[in-house]
Design a protein around this ligand. Structure first.
Ligand code: ADP
Ligand code: MG
Length: 250
């Protein structure tokens, strides 16, 4: 497999708690990989390490041929990798549109100095166009002027996806995009992710919902107590000994 993302021997402990042990994993361009595992198995921590939000104690991460394990999160975004959060937090005073716009500049710190230049106005126009387009694609146009903090949990997840996409990533990592989301919105999220993948986006999705996984994912990787115990097609999960062990605690 020609790896688009390669994780090699990553380890991470918090105090005496060894959360990731020797995690290695390869993802090819165009895959939709489900990252599964019981609560506390290290899924969010692995996403945090890959995307630069948590430094690993050991190991390497290579994205599209570039070593990224020492880069800050905002530099990693610029290499073409974006992520969403398990519990999106929204600023209380900004509108949905403003939050989306702010995401386009979150990865460079020069916004203030640009603000009154022609380049800045051009950049702002582009950000506005892109935000409008993404809000429409993720069905948030009707709420674009509401405070972001007033959105439902599911709508906040959609806005989290919009924000991640503002940076035009080639790979998107999503942490429980449908957890606590109303079934109607869940369908919209599935459709949006499938459309993104059809347009070339590689996806890694932390998810518990087996219907979602079977419908969306081309492959599943299963974590148990900080170790990868399986990598298989969704339809092979139920007969995989180590997956059953992970979930039944046997
Ligand atoms: P999952 O997403 O699979 O439910 P997490 O990666 O969130 O698991 O957590 C794995 C373990 O790491 C848990 O025991 C959790 O308490 C611990 N952990 C995660 N983040 C931190 C942190 N910032 N500080 C201390 N412990 C943490
Ligand atoms: Mg988690």
């Amino acid at each position: 497999m020609n790896a688009f993302l390669e994780v090699r021997s990553v380890a991470k402990a918090f105090g005496g708690n060894q959360v990731l042990r020797d995690v290695s994993l390869q993802i090819a361009a165009g895959e939709i990989v489900g990252l599964l595992g019981p609560n506390g198995s290290g899924k969010s921590t692995l996403l945090n390490v890959i995307t630069g939000f948590t430094p690993a104690d050991a190991g390497e991460v290579e994205f599209d041929g570039t070593a990224i394990e020492r880069l800050d999160a905002h530099r990693i975004v610029r290499t073409g990798m974006a992520r969403t959060f398990q519990l999106p937090s929204m600023p209380s005073r900004m509108s949905v549109m403003e939050v989306a716009m702010a995401a386009s500049t979150a990865h460079h710190g020069v916004w203030d100095t640009w603000l009154f230049t022609r380049g800045a106005r051009q950049a702002e126009r582009e950000a506005r166009d892109r935000a409008e387009q993404l809000l429409a694609e993720l069905l948030l146009t009707p709420v674009r002027d509401l405070p972001a903090s007033a959105l439902s949990g599911g709508q906040k997840k959609l806005l989290g996806i919009v924000c991640a996409l503002m940076a035009r990533p080639r790979m998107l990592l999503l942490d429980e995009p449908t957890a606590g989301v109303h079934p109607n919105l869940r369908r919209d999220i599935v459709t949006a992710l499938q459309r993104l993948n059809a347009a070339g986006m590689t996806l890694v999705i932390v998810e518990h919902d087996m219907h979602f996984i079977r419908e969306v994912c081309t492959r599943c990787v299963v974590l148990d107590r900080g170790e990868i115990v399986a990598s298989c097609r969704p339809d092979a999960l139920a007969s995989n000994e180590r997956v059953l062990q992970a979930y039944l605690g046997a």
